[in-house]
Design a protein around this ligand. Structure first.
Ligand code: NFS
Length: 641
């Protein structure tokens, strides 16, 4: 049964032991059972895009070097990557579409359970879309903005408008290369067409369209999801909260919300505070209702309500193993079907809510935005009713929790550096120019049982901040950073270099800034654009001393994110390579040649310290190209390991 976790937070280590003792299978066991994994799949040289196949290329050169149609390793591997990006971009963008639909519904229906919570942000988005705001009712503006956003998905003419948030030089480059996204759905449809049997065979051409798809995600679907979520649920503000499995409370009715879309989780968070429902929970013998989040939905309600985070993607089954979860509530994305078997070992009800994501054996309570409070109430009542079915003897909740600060946005965090009343990125840019800060890195993404849980996330982030690189984080990396104490201002004194320490101390921020869920990687794009706009560090993202990383990535969304960062000019480091190592040409293109075209490129490195050092080397290279001053405190500080 499941192996020992060496680097993970203590709560996960305890729970994995419990899983072993009780012989309950988790993701780690299923990973072990799956070994050895298919070499052709790992190398990206298996093709099943038509029924002449499946075909595979012999990576040793002795067997077939082309599929039955004649497609070689380059074509096959590039098509596989393209389809991963299509799926990842579809997932993020469909999420964005749902938020836009909800905004439209809230605007058109005065009795809606949703309302515009951030009218200022609405007006800023309206400006981008050319929607008139003066002397207009907020609902009218919201309706027009929602329609304009929905248009981004299916329009037959023009280009995705959110792209205008990018620096002008970047927009110009995309135009010259012919990769400015035209419409989100269109780019995804086109790559599915091109990767059909007998269409696009040129791997560089396939990747070119893949970049367009990824840009339609980052500067389209994901950005719409972020911007309109801020409009609808309120823009996050820095707040204190806690994270890890210890947030599950034995005395309360525990509901774990897991998935991605805030349309469900936000309303659950609000409704769970109702007096009547808490009284009902008390009548059932509990002290009240306790909500904890897993994955990106955790980040959404953490950022806006300060709701505690129970864990990252790898902890979804571990949360159930506490025996104290009444309902595991899921919507879409990153849900392990294995949850069904684990919940069956306890009284926990697995409740699916989206018509897009049903799990056999789960109870389905369909969530409809036009009956949001009613559905949320029903779900919470289901949890309260289930409280009595707990086996009190069989409860085991690890004590561990960690304090954190979350809720940073492109608008809030760096503006703070200019003081409360002066909204400017100037101090950040000046900090980089003067050599107090080396640069910035976005470290994001999933965890994967193919690597030691959290080792890469934590070691990489510590190595970066030790070298005066401020880190912004999202998704499951943010949750890992939170559990390991890196999202506290004190972390600067323990782990950061002197320059970064000074900045953190002056402003009172942690050295690692939690920017939200995975769609909120679009906030990082906005931060990069704002740094360029502030001036003094070049006129394009590709000139900035920055890098990106997803050290423990696993999902197709991560591939789309990586590609939109590369296509935006960012050096992007991931742990295990993309499944394409069976094509030498594609490898060379993505990790080298592509840089000449878009200014960014991919890098793969399993060792997190080496990976961080490569990112730092890239940042230093950019500093040298910009002729910035040497680092102020080079080697003056020896941080705690
Ligand atoms: Ni991102 Fe969020 Fe986590 Fe990975 Fe899954 S939850 S959208 S995909 S696993 S970071």
């Amino acid at each position: 049964m499941a192996k020992e976790l060496k680097y993970a937070d203590k709560a996960s280590q305890e729970m994995i032991k419990r899983a072993c003792d009780d012989e309950i299978k988790t993701v780690w066991d299923r990973y072990e059972e799956m070994q050895p994994q298919c070499g052709f799949g790992t190398l990206g040289i298996c093709c099943k895009n038509c029924s002449m196949g499946p075909c595979r290329i012999d990576p040793f050169g002795d067997g077939p070097q082309e599929g039955i149609c004649g497609a070689n390793a380059d074509t096959i591997a590039s098509r596989n990557i393209a389809r991963m990006i299509a799926s990842g971009a579809a997932a993020h963008s469909d999420h964005g579409r749902d938020v836009a639909h909800t905004l439209l519904m809230a605007a058109e229906n005065p009795n809606s359970d949703y309302e515009v919570k951030d009218p200022e942000k609405l007006k800023r988005v309206a400006e981008l879309y050319g929607v008139k705001t003066s002397e207009r009712d907020i609902r009218e503006i919201a309706a027009d903005v929602a329609r304009a956003a929905l248009n981004e998905f299916g329009q037959q003419e023009g280009e995705v408008m959110m792209v205008k948030n990018a620096p002008p030089a970047r927009q110009k480059l995309w135009k010259e290369l012919g990769i400015t996204p035209r419409a989100i759905d269109r780019e995804i449809v086109e790559i599915m067409h091109r990767t059909h049997i007998g269409v696009d065979t040129d791997y560089k051409n396939v990747i070119k369209q893949s970049m367009r798809v990824a840009l339609a995600d980052g500067w389209g679907g994901s950005m719409i999801a972020t911007e309109l979520s801020d409009v609808l649920f309120g823009s996050p503000k820095p707040l204190r909260a806690t994270a890890n499995l210890g947030v599950i409370d034995k005395n309360y009715v525990n509901i774990i919300v897991h998935g991605h879309e805030p349309t469900l989780s936000d309303i659950i968070a609000v409704v769970s505070m109702s007096k009547e429902l808490n009284e009902k929970a008390q009548k059932a013998g509990a002290k009240g209702i306790n909500i904890g989040g897993i994955c990106c939905t955790a980040n959404e309600i953490l950022m806006r309500h300060g709701i505690a985070v129970a864990g990252s993607v790898m902890q979804q089954e571990l949360a159930v193993l506490t025996g104290a979860v009444e309902v595991m509530l899921v919507d879409v994305q990153c849900l392990y079907p294995g949850l069904e078997k684990v919940t069956n070992c306890f009284h926990t009800k697995l409740v699916t809510t989206s018509p897009k994501a049903k799990i056999p054996g789960a109870e389905h309570i369909e969530f409809h935005e036009d009956r949001a409070v009613e559905t949320a109430t029903k779900i919470i009542e289901t949890a309260i009713d289930n409280f009595k079915n707990r086996n009190q003897e069989n409860i085991y909740i690890p004590k561990n929790t960690e304090r954190l600060i979350a809720g940073f946005t492109a608008e809030s965090v760096f503006n703070w550096l200019g003081g409360k009343y002066r909204s400017t990125y100037r101090p950040l840019n000046d900090g980089v120019i003067a050599g107090r800060l080396r640069g910035a890195a976005g470290v994001i993404g999933c965890s994967n049982p193919n690597t030691e849980y959290e080792e890469s996330h934590i070691k990489m982030v510590k190595e970066l901040i030790k070298n005066d690189v401020v880190v912004v984080t999202t998704g499951c990396n943010a949750i890992s950073c939170g559990k390991h104490g890196l999202l506290q201002p004190e972390a600067a004194f323990k782990y950061a270099g002197k320059g970064l320490q000074e900045i953190c101390a002056a402003v009172g921020i942690p050295p690692v800034l939690h920017l939200g869920s995975c769609v909120d990687n679009s906030r990082i794009l906005t931060v990069l654009s704002n740094i360029v706009a502030e001036g003094g560090l070049g006129d394009d993202i590709s000139q900035l001393p920055v890098a990106g990383a997803a050290p423990e990535w696993m999902s197709e969304k991560a591939v789309s994110i990586g590609m939109y960062f590369v296509a935006s000019g960012v050096y992007t480091m991931i742990g295990h390579p993309l499944p394409m190592m069976g094509s030498k040409n594609l490898y060379k293109y993505l990790t080298d040649e592509i840089e000449k075209e878009v200014g960014g490129k991919w890098a793969f490195e399993l060792d997190p310290i080496k990976a961080a050092q490569k990112m730092i080397a890239h940042i230093d290279k950019k500093r040298a190209e910009l002729k910035l001053k040497p680092m102020m405190y080079e080697q003056a500080f020896a941080p705690v390991a």
